[in-house]
Every structure is written in structure tokens, then in C-alpha cells.
Design a protein around this ligand. Structure first.
Ligand code: FES
Length: 103
């Protein structure tokens, strides 16, 4: 039996993302759902997420900055990029992230 790997993919720095108008620093080179886990380590791991692009509970709408168009995607698949703005969250994500400080 092998030991489980690290939760986060290796990263060297945190990058700024915006979640419903509030800025947060999250690890680069990880998926958005991992970034949410970084922000809410007490709740996201216990969410009903498959982490595998099947359940759809991690759906978000987002854009990549001022002047870009909004699109919908799965946060277990989308990679964090600086300046990404998460506009809407699926219900399970809203529940898991309900304790985050807002601006
Ligand atoms: S966590 Fe299930 S589809 Fe993303």
C-alpha cells in the first residue's frame, strides 16, 4: 500500500484571485477546487465533491479579468491563474465557502 500524495501540487507562490468580489491569495499550479480547499480546509474536504469531473457540484462561472467574457466550468478542472474572477458558485461550493471573510 502506498502513502497518499500531497494534497496540493507543488507551488512556489500564491496568486491573487477574486471570489464574488473579494480578493484571496491561493496556490498557483493547482485547480480552483484545491484553491477553495486552501481557503476553507475545514469544509471543502468534506463537501460532496468527486474531484473527477463527474458530480458537477463544483461548477462555477468565472472570467479571467476585466473585459473578458464569463464562462461556466468545473473548478476541479480549471487551473488557477492570476486575476481569475469567480462570479457564481454551485450550491455545494456556496455551502462549503460560506465561512470565508468577505470584503
Ligand atoms: S468535483 Fe465533481 S465534477 Fe468537479
Amino acid at each position: 500500500m502506498s502513502a497518499p500524495g500531497p494534497i496540493f501540487r507543488p507551488f512556489e507562490k500564491l496568486v491573487k484571485i477574486t471570489l464574488k468580489g473579494t480578493e484571496y491569495q491561493v496556490p498557483e499550479a493547482n485547480t480552483l477546487l484545491r484553491a477553495f480547499q486552501y481557503l476553507a480546509p475545514e469544509t471543502v474536504p468534506y463537501g460532496r465533491f468527486c474531484w473527477n469531473e463527474e458530480c458537477q457540484y463544483c461548477r462555477v462561472s468565472y472570467d479571467t479579468g476585466e473585459g473578458t467574457s464569463a464562462r461556466v466550468g468545473l473548478s476541479c478542472k480549471i487551473m488557477v491563474q492570476p486575476g481569475i474572477r469567480v462570479l457564481e458558485l454551485a450550491a455545494e461550493l456556496r455551502y462549503c465557502l460560506r465561512g470565508l471573510p468577505e470584503k
